[in-house]
Write a protein that binds this ligand. Structure first.
Ligand SMILES: *Cc1c(COP(=O)(O)O)cnc(C)c1O
Length: 369
């Protein structure tokens, strides 16, 4: 049940699908981030650059691996890591970068890679939002510009195994290391043993590993889910196009920009409220939508707003102004393959009504002229 044939089959299908040489299935995306970063052999004081707007797991992985996350501001047009601020934040202690393809919209990986090479940094993609996304016609996960990419199969993500994750890479040593670390650091493979086996029972612990295995029956679910990936992504993209079309010309909100060299997998559909034109805050709009039964969300609270990060890194309010601008305005609208067109129309109509009621007076009169 825990170490059967479905694991290898899921890994093979997955790596084939995204165009990577190796894939390693794990118990969660967080476990994948942990082991990928851990495999970089960081030392205390080493820094890994992460965007301010992400799920905390991205940065937590750096702490797990005994190093320090270094927060980088974002580009509010996309929510992705700011290349300009990234350049400023690279110090002598920098060892790596973890770009996050926020909402499924790919980061410009060629530019990240160029910067990484210049400063001798590794790149691990947090691709939790980006299964099915592409940059320059290369699927995210093919690792064309990175050492590894990490996916999550949490139920809100593109495909699910209940909980689960996957790391893809071109590097056989990295794949070997991650598969060793996911099972206590123990191997029983004859070719990997450091001393001749004493018998069929023999195994060795070679590293301090973890119990991060994905089970066989979860992988069976993953295999069938993966077959449906393209249909899931195209449904998400169709809904996203409908939102964009409906919102064009609305002065109260703006949609995030899509990378013109890529394809977003639309894990999220995030709008930014144009607060300059509204009488109320994001919270009022959020609450009004929830009251109408619409499951809006906010992604994400900036890392430097969390007490743990404030305490560990000495960061605080006003340190990452673009992330704060973004966070004040961001609203994630319902987006999932099962969302019906009529339901989506209800979201659009309700949002229209709420925004109209919240306009600032001078914009109301402006629009009359
Ligand atoms: C979901 C997610 C993760 C963590 O994945 P889990 O499988 O829930 O551990 C990491 N980073 C980002 C950006 C995520 O959205």
């Amino acid at each position: 049940i825990t170490q059967g044939p479905k694991i290898a089959e899921f890994e093979k299908n997955f790596s084939g699908r995204v165009g990577a040489k190796h894939a390693c299935a794990l118990s969660s995306g967080t476990a994948g981030l942990h082991l990928a970063v851990r495999a970089m052999n960081l030392k205390p004081g080493d820094e890994v650059l992460v965007p301010a707007i992400t799920f905390v797991a991205t940065a937590n992985a750096v702490f797990y691996a005994g190093a320090t996350p270094k927060i980088v501001d974002i580009d509010p047009a996309t929510g992705n890591i700011s290349l300009e601020d990234l350049q400023k934040k690279i110090t002598r202690r920098a060892r790596g970068i973890i770009p996050v393809h926020f909402s499924g919209n790919p980061v410009s990986m060629d530019l990240i890679n160029e910067l990484a090479r210049k400063h001798n940094l590794f790149v691990i993609e947090d691709a939790a939002h980006a299964l099915g996304a592409a940059f320059k016609n290369k699927l995210i996960g093919s690792c064309a510009y990175s050492e590894a990419a990490v996916f999550s199969f949490h139920p809100v993500k593109h495909i699910t195994t209940g909980e689960g994750g996957m790391v893809t890479t071109h590097n056989p040593e990295l794949a070997g290391k991650i598969s060793l670390l996911r099972a206590h650091g123990i191997t029983r493979e004859k070719t990997r043993l450091k001393a001749a086996g004493e018998g069929d029972w023999y195994y060795q612990q070679q590293e301090l590993g973890f119990n991060y295995r994905l089970t066989d029956f979860q992988c069976a679910l993953g295999i069938s889910q993966l077959d449906r990936l393209e249909s899931f992504v195209s449904k998400r993209r169709r809904l996203a196009r409908r939102y964009r079309k409906a919102f064009s010309g609305w002065e109260e909100i703006s949609c995030l920009e899509e990378n013109s060299q890529g394809r977003s997998s639309y894990h999220l559909f995030v709008i930014l409220l144009n607060l300059e034109r509204l009488q109320v805050s994001r919270k009022a709009i959020f609450d009004a939508l929830r009251l109408k039964g619409i499951g809006v969300q906010v992604h994400y609270i900036p890392l430097h707003f969390h007490p743990y990060y404030q305490q560990m890194l000495g960061v605080g309010k006003n340190d990452f102004p673009q992330a704060e601008f973004f966070y004040e305005r961001a609203l994630s609208l319902p987006l999932y393959p099962g969302l019906g067109l009529e339901e989506q129309d209800y979201v659009i109509k309700t949002l229209r009504k709420i925004l109209t009621g919240c306009r600032k007076r001078r914009y109301i009169s402006l629009q009359r002229h």
